[in-house]
Design a protein around this ligand. Structure first.
Ligand code: DOR
Length: 460
């Protein structure tokens, strides 16, 4: 590691010394059942040593930086399966620079980005453009997801082999559903030639025509048109049958219903190649949040009811859910400061997800190792990214967190361009302090400096 990179314009320059020592930190790697207070030494991008006192020897290195790990956790960096970074075409909402900065600030070393850009990422050239921009920006690594169908129109399949060769890790028409069963069948068959999962946005658009929130008691009271659970479940049920028939890999994006959980659980019990993800907001909020017509609570799929939330949390705890994906979907005031019916759906989420979700661990609903798995190893496996690991020799892709730091999103500098989330004035306990991506410090919060211990040769 060497040199400096700058973060958001307001961030101090990031120091990348030759050697980085995390002193007496609680190091957790669920993939190998590791959970101990140790020193972790990073040298030239890789984890050099892990163990009690392992930092002592490294203190003699030339350019060393020591981070006090007391009360902090060091975990494999997060992997987001599902983010909308809006570039190309809608950079006023987000761009690859701001999106990757936000990702690093949220503890993510890898971000998979959805293809509903303008133009749609349905060709090699758009995929390449995204990757080129990401390389210029640095920090968290970007992995494009190509479209399933040309223009996401649900008709002709894209050149998936071309997309894969250019760097796409999966295909999805996220934002819209592949409604036609024949197109979906062919997509599953075609994508399996390239070993890419097909990621479905499960929504029967006939059943959701004009809908702006979950169909239930709250939608009736508010006089808003609802989208029923069955619109999601019917597509997932059909797709599971198609995945079984074609022996292909199928991934259900942002599942939100008790029925979807049941369907995926059953498919897994029969060893089908079916996986699924959930968003933080579907784990934490119900449709009651929409009372007051807060457009920041308008999202697709919509926030559901308490028993859906309970089913999702249970599925996260028992491993039915493979991944937590942010569905980071920034929108500008133009799309949100309007009547509920007209607002665009989506919440931003990259910078808040870990802190918010830690609440489920504190409440005893989800074991910590399950949460960490679903934010890193689980999603990495689905798209074939080498999972970040806390083992000697591994590339340093690590996240340092303070699990007891109390903060409010509206009192800190966020890197994303827009603040469309109902959690802005929420009090969150637990915060990402530092993220290493591809062996380099991609983010550090001001608090890390304050508690930095300079024992020897620390950089100026
Ligand atoms: O709420 C959503 N917003 N759901 C989606 O599937 C798409 C996303 C967006 O692109 O804004």
């Amino acid at each position: 590691m060497s040199g400096t990179v700058s973060g958001a314009s307001s961030d101090p320059p990031i120091q990348n010394p030759e050697t980085l020592i995390f002193r007496s930190v609680r190091a957790i790697d669920p993939a190998r059942g590791f959970d101990q207070v140790v020193d972790v030494v990073i040298e030239r991008d890789r984890i050099q040593a892990i163990g009690a006192g392992a930092g002592d020897q490294a203190l003699n290195s030339e350019r060393v930086r020591v981070i006090d790990g007391d009360g902090r956790w060091l975990v494999p960096a997060f992997v987001d399966l599902h983010a909308h970074l809006r570039e190309p075409g809608q950079e006023y909402k987000e761009d690859i620079r701001s999106g990757l900065r936000a990702a690093a600030a949220g503890g993510y070393a890898h971000v998979c980005v959805m293809p509903n850009t303008k133009p749609v990422n349905d060709t090699r050239s758009v995929t390449e453009l995204m990757l080129t921009r990401a390389r210029e920006v640095g920090g968290a690594r970007l992995h494009p997801i190509g479209a399933i169908t040309v223009g996401q129109r649900g008709e002709a399949l894209t050149e998936m082999g071309d997309l894969r060769d250019a760097g796409a890790v999966a295909v999805s028409d996220d934002g819209v559903c592949v409604m036609n069963a024949q197109v979906m069948r062919r997509a599953l068959e075609y994508a399996s030639n390239f070993d890419m999962p097909v990621i479905q946005h499960a929504e029967d658009h006939d059943l959701t025509a004009g809908a702006v929130m979950h169909e239930g008691e709250v939608s009736s009271r508010l006089g808003l048109r609802g989208w029923p659970r069955v619109a999601e479940d019917i597509i997932i049920a059909r797709d599971i049958l198609l995945a079984e028939y074609t022996k292909s890999r199928y991934h259900a994006a942002h599942i939100s219903t008790v029925g979807a959980v049941r369907l995926v659980r059953e498919a897994k019990s029969r060893n089908l190649k079916v996986t699924c993800e959930v968003t933080p907001h579907h784990l934490l909020l119900t449709d009651a949040a929409v009372i007051g017509y807060d457009t920041f609570c308008k999202v697709n799929p919509p926030l559901r009811e308490q028993h859906d939330v309970e089913a999702l949390v249970g599925a996260l705890a028992d491993g039915t859910l493979d991944a937590i994906a942010t569905d980071h979907a920034p929108h500008s005031p133009l799309e949100k400061e309007c009547e509920f019916d007209a607002a665009s759906p989506g919440l931003m989420g990259l910078e808040l997800s870990f802190g918010l979700l830690l609440e489920l661990v504190r409440q005893g609903k989800v074991p910590l190792e399950r949460l960490l798995h679903a934010m890193s190893t689980g999603p990495a496996k689905i798209v074939g990214i080498e999972a970040p690991r806390l083992t000697v020799g591994a590339l340093a892709e690590l996240t340092l967190v303070d699990p007891s730091l109390v903060w409010q999103p509206n009192q800190v500098t966020l890197h994303t361009k827009h603040k469309n989330t109902p959690f802005m004035s929420h009090t969150i306990t637990g915060r990402v302090l530092m993220t290493l991506a591809a062996g380099r410090v991609a983010f550090e919060a001001p608090g890390v400096h304050e508690r930095r211990v300079s024992e020897k040769g620390a950089p100026a």
